[in-house]
Write a protein that binds this ligand. Structure first.
Ligand SMILES: Nc1ncnc2c1ncn2[C@@H]1O[C@H](COP(=O)(O)OP(=O)(O)OP(=O)(O)O)[C@@H](O)[C@H]1O
Ligand SMILES: [Mg+2]
Length: 341
């Protein structure tokens, strides 16, 4: 099933993900929306970030693209097109030909995706074998190439090592090597640096940037940390309670935020000046999935909310070709923002 050709590498439109819930008394299933109306585009060579607090639906969006939603979750709408192919309509077998090959994913916890009982060499060779590289020489060449790209030195020793013999930073490099060994077009990185110390985090970010620049590999980069997004991404999507609330180039969204949620996230970035001082975080918390959400889900936490915000969900408003926001206050706000520049 081929979709019309387009410039974009990945195009997700109006994605909906639901959590299946069996209602005991009525003996029937209903779904609670965990992700609602999420649309995003990743162009070739681009790094696109998704940011938002814990529980906003970042990972579910990524897992939907990979076709790896948890058992209790299901796609309830929308389309996912990767390289002009509808991933959401592909059979498992056809999806497997793309997944781990042209489309790969790296996770926060390397140990959760590496096999503790398998030597590093075999783990790096496996994706190649699965995707049709068959001669030992070619496999070895590609594994060494990937290890070189992620800065893993002394490959001979490493190939024979087991995961528990490596540090967190090394493991993360091994995982990135496994993700790039098949030369993918798109890597989805879900909080790849969150579990690492600051120095290793900076090295891994630099490495991903380098892979993006030298191989033109696109990256969908998920983080709850706007500072990290600012360092690495070209475009950013801000998610709140399963929906996108603001999107655009990093320069627009992070330097001229319009949505009160984005502004709150930015204020929460620790700076040198604020060290030791309490974090000016956003009051309240992300609503639970099961909570009724009328109107804009952020309204109960928003310092500027008015009556309409509690009744209707705001549509997306284009402030320019490079900046869109879902907020009823955006008209006035954006004018003020741009007058100030
Ligand atoms: N397997 C599951 N069963 C039930 N609820 C789930 C499951 N996976 C995710 N959820 C719920 O769906 C919502 C979105 O989850 P998701 O993992 O996408 O959030 P996230 O933005 O990635 O958060 P984090 O920053 O903590 O990783 C949350 O409310 C979460 O509790
Ligand atoms: Mg997550």
């Amino acid at each position: 099933m081929r979709a019309p050709a387009s410039q974009s590498l990945l195009r997700v439109e109006h994605l909906g993900v639901g959590l299946r819930q069996r209602q005991r008394r009525q003996k029937r299933q209903h779904t609670i929306r965990a992700v609602e109306d999420v649309s995003l585009t990743v162009n070739a060579g681009e790094i696109v970030g998704i940011v938002g607090e814990s529980g906003c639906g970042k990972s579910l969006t990524a897992l939907s693209v990979m076709g790896l939603l948890p058992a209790a979750m299901e796609l309830v709408g929308g389309s996912i097109v990767f390289e002009n192919e509808r991933l959401d309509q592909l059979r498992e077998r056809n999806l497997n030909a793309i997944r781990g090959n042209r489309l790969t994913m790296i996770f926060q916890e390397p140990m959760s995706s590496l096999n503790p009982l398998m030597r590093i060499g075999r783990q790096l060779a496996e994706p190649l074998v699965l995707h049709g590289v068959s001669t030992a020489g070619a496999i070895r060449e590609r594994v060494l190439e990937a290890m070189g790209k992620v800065g893993l030195r002394d490959p001979e020793t490493l190939l024979r090592a087991y995961p528990h013999q490596l540090s967190g930073g090394m493991l993360q490099r091994v995982m990135i090597a496994a993700a790039i060994v098949c030369r993918p077009r798109l890597i989805i990185a879900d909080e790849p640096t969150t579990a690492l110390d600051v120095t290793t985090q900076a090295q891994i970010l630099r490495l991903l940037r380098q892979i993006n620049q030298t191989d033109q590999t696109s990256i969908l980069f998920i983080s709850h940390d706007l500072g990290v997004i600012n360092q690495i991404c070209d475009q950013v999507l801000v998610m709140y309670a399963g929906r996108i609330v603001e999107r655009g180039t990093v320069g627009n969204v992070l330097w001229h935020p319009v949505h009160e949620y984005t502004k709150g996230l930015i204020k929460s970035i620790p700076t040198r000046r604020s060290k030791g001082a309490p974090l000016p975080s956003i009051r309240g918390r992300v609503p639970a999935l099961a909570e009724e959400k009328a109107g804009c889900a952020f309204a109960p936490r928003c310092p500027a909310a008015h009556s309409q915000c509690f009744l209707e969900v705001p549509d997306e408003l284009a402030l320019s070709d490079f900046h869109q926001v879902n907020c009823f206050l955006a008209d006035v706000e954006s004018e003020m923002e741009y007058v100030r520049i």
